[in-house]
Design a protein around this ligand. Structure first.
Ligand code: DGL
Length: 273
């Protein structure tokens, strides 16, 4: 197999990382992908950094054994607490997380005061805060955990198709988490969790005003394109394919992938650790 034809590895705690895969496929339509969702051990957002580091290291070693040419850590929680473990297990394969690209997008936008929302583990790690202050010295950063958003998305309660009352519950949760930041001079908000792009409209309404919403998934996809171009590893032609693996419940994964992100995997393999 030619170097450029090797797949890009993408992993997440479950299906949320499909928002990152979707962004990657838009930015890199010729590339082949191999996606792993750790559905047996999801959520990562409530777990200890040690556990997330162990899981992420195991997944990385397996993806590297599949011959990937680069690795994307789609999960914000794993990107926050486990990037060192991932790099150690990646044996020289380039690794891109979602935190640094999100911070660079904030810097490029000229923002100064930013609200970051994510899982409890992402927020307690303060990884976004550090990256954002590195990217924009003197930036004012507030980090806020919104733990109910992940189950609400997986329940399908972000989609208007599930009815007004379901969406109203999600709007209420968003109000509860975010309305206190309205009118407080924030110029940017970072969607620091794989699931949150699916709630973008509801989140934007809850914070109100003209806040620039930064999707770390989009930023990471552009960063991966730059990394591959620099290394001469872009796939020059053809249309890319994606393979899917999970650690449990492949049918549920396929059904939710289609319902939530519009990705319809032809086959979902199972890899247990
Ligand atoms: N993928 C996780 C993240 O982006 C959200 C789901 C979880 O808690 O595992 O942080």
């Amino acid at each position: 197999m030619k170097k450029g034809d090797r797949p890009i590895g993408v992993f997440d705690s479950g299906l949320g990382g499909l928002t990152v895969l979707a962004a990657l496929r838009r930015a890199l339509p010729r590339e082949n992908f191999i996606y792993f969702g750790d559905t047996a051990r999801v959520p990562y957002g409530t777990k200890s950094p040690e556990a997330v580091r162990q899981f992420s290291g195991e997944i990385t070693a397996w993806l590297v054994s599949k011959g990937i040419k680069t690795l994307v850590v789609a999960c914000n929680t794993a990107s926050s607490v486990a990037l060192d473990a991932v790099r150690a297990a990646a044996r020289g394969v380039e690794v891109t997380g979602v935190i640094e690209p999100g911070a660079s997008a904030f810097a490029a936008s000229g923002g100064r005061k930013v609200l970051v929302i994510g899982t409890a583990a992402t927020v307690s790690s303060r990884a976004y805060g550090r990256a954002l202050r590195r990217a924009v010295p003197g930036a004012l950063v507030t980090e806020r955990a919104c733990p109910l958003f992940v189950p609400l998305v997986e329940e399908g309660w972000s989609a208007p198709a599930r009815g007004r009352r379901a969406a109203a519950v999600t709007r209420l949760a968003a109000e509860e988490y975010l309305s206190r930041y309205r009118g407080k001079g924030y110029d940017s908000l970072i969607l620091g969790c794989t699931h949150y792009p699916l709630l973008k409209g509801i989140i934007a309404r809850a914070v109100g005003g003209k806040i620039n919403i930064i999707d770390s998934a989009e930023a990471a996809a552009l960063e991966v394109r730059r990394t591959l171009a620099r290394a001469g590893l872009l796939r020059p032609s053809g249309s890319g394919r994606a393979e899917f693996f999970v650690s449990d419940a492949p049918r549920r994964f396929a059904a939710l992938a289609s319902a939530l992100v519009g990705i319809k995997p032809r086959r979902v393999g199972v890899k247990r650790f």
